[in-house]
Design a protein around this ligand. Structure first.
Ligand code: PLP
Length: 442
């Protein structure tokens, strides 16, 4: 991606045009993606919420990964955001894929990815899923309990098993250890059972928890993995795969990569027969997706009848804004992924909003359904002038959002407009958003 491109120039990403060929929201001109389709003026759904996906951001994250963790092959965690264009881009860039189910495996295989680039990284699988994976040629899979070994022995005895161990996830936003991971004390027994069942165990995996801001968790986990490798040797297995899982955060990636490289050097100094993979999800997509929402209703906290809003001080929201996305839709990340989201104003009174110099008022933001749990921001500050029809934007909406959005109360999942970005950040996203808003307001 050429860095420093100005607002109107095109970004050329090798391989991207063929990936996006045939998508109605993408315009190609001279083999270059010009811009995404803008919301057509006058359409009845011109006010509907929508995502802008900046695919160049995914590309940049991949680049960053390759620079900082060249020895670790990323297997993108599809569950995080199974967007078909994200998958196609990552497939073209050569990543592997971490799939949780038969559905995800099928989707990745339809993207023309070879089955040996897939790890079935769900330690507790239905027998039919193990059989289907085997039929599709997907043989590498995780386990963390003895019952899973019996199932695999019946459904796919030639599977290549990876033992997921329990590591400290106490510093992470989403603690996966509550549900998965074999404590180290159970590892010798599980490996003995695998031997007895004549199963092939090729390595160790762990997951420090999703949203891990404490890089030292990775160092501790690598130490545990070393112990598990040694237990493997004692049980007669020479492991060749180390899977360091997901949990990578954009903001702390440099530090995490540093910690991880050092821990690997310390505990696995001889890597001649060792393959190291990871299962990053949110790292690739969180920042790539921006969500634009329309204010569909507004009311004073204590007086539903008046349109005049009184300021009730800083500690109490004086006005409630209702937008057309909520926790039953893409903001499910607030409930399931423990996220806090922050809006900024995209347009007010039909004009694009650049810098806020106006009076701010304490307010709350609510989703569109009839449920009171549907609260997007219990307390924030927005310009006092904000009215019905204005637009609010939320950044970092690419991870664990669209994939778990429901249509509760009949609200559709928000559509996605794709852009190639500007190579620098969110300028192109803002340009697309601005044009869409202008068209919608026309
Ligand atoms: N691998 C497994 C097995 C997971 O369960 C998850 C997330 O739940 C991931 C990878 C991706 O984690 P993250 O998005 O935090 O990188």
């Amino acid at each position: 991606i050429p860095h420093g491109a100005d607002d109107d120039s095109d970004i050329i990403i090798p391989d991207l045009p063929p990936l996006l060929r045939g998508h109605p929201d993408v315009h190609l001109r001279n083999g270059v993606i010009r811009s995404a389709r803008l919301a057509a003026a006058g359409e009845s759904d011109a006010e509907s919420a929508y995502f802008v996906a900046d695919l160049s951001q995914v590309y940049r994250q991949h680049d960053r990964w390759k620079r900082l963790l060249p020895e670790i092959e990323p297997f993108y965690a599809v569950k995080c955001n199974p967007d078909p264009y994200v998958l196609r881009l990552l497939a073209a860039l050569g990543t592997g894929f971490d799939c949780a189910s038969h559905g995800e495996i099928s989707q990745v295989l339809r993207t023309d990815v070879c089955p040996d680039r897939i790890i079935f990284a769900n330690p507790c699988k239905a027998v039919s899923f193990i059989k289907n994976a085997a039929r599709s040629g997907v043989n590498v899979m995780t386990f963390d309990n003895a019952d899973e070994l019996y199932k695999v022995a019946r459904a796919n005895p030639s599977a290549q098993l990876v033992l997921r161990i329990l590591t400290d996830d106490s510093k992470s936003l989403c603690r996966l250890g509550l549900k998965f991971g074999a404590p180290l004390v159970t590892v010798p027994g599980l490996l003995a059972k695998a031997r007895e069942l004549r199963l092939t165990v090729i390595g160790i995996s762990f997951h420090v928890g999703s949203g891990c801001y404490d890089s030292s968790a990775f160092a501790d986990a690598i130490g545990c993995a070393r112990t598990a490798f040694d237990m493997g040797l004692a049980a007669g297995y020479e492991f060749t795969l180390l899977d360091v899982g997901g949990g990578f955060e954009d903001a702390t990636f440099e530090e995490t990569a540093d910690v991880l490289r050092n821990a690997i050097d310390l505990h696995f100094p001889d890597r001649t027969r060792l393959r190291i993979i990871a299962e990053p999800g949110r790292f690739f997509v969180a920042r790539a997706f921006t969500l634009a929402t329309n204010i569909i209703a507004r009311r004073a906290r204590s007086d539903g009848a008046t349109t005049e809003v009184q300021d009730e001080g800083d500690d109490q929201p004086s006005v409630m804004y209702y937008i057309n996305e909520g926790v039953y839709g893409s903001f499910n990340c607030i409930l399931f992924d423990h996220q806090e989201v922050h809006p900024y104003v995209l347009s007010m009174n039909g004009s694009f909003h650049l810098v806020g110099t106006e009076d701010l008022r304490t307010c709350s933001i609510w989703g569109p359904t009839c449920d009171s749990v549907d609260c997007v921001c219990p307390m924030t500050k927005l310009p006092a002038e904000l009215r019905v029809g204005d637009w609010l934007v939320f950044n970092n909406m690419g991870a664990y959002t669209i994939c778990a959005a429901s249509q509760f109360n009949g609200f559709a999942v928000s559509p996605i407009t794709y852009t190639t970005g500007d190579g620098l950040g969110s300028q192109e996203t803002r340009r697309v958003l601005k044009s869409a808003v202008n068209a919608a307001n026309a």
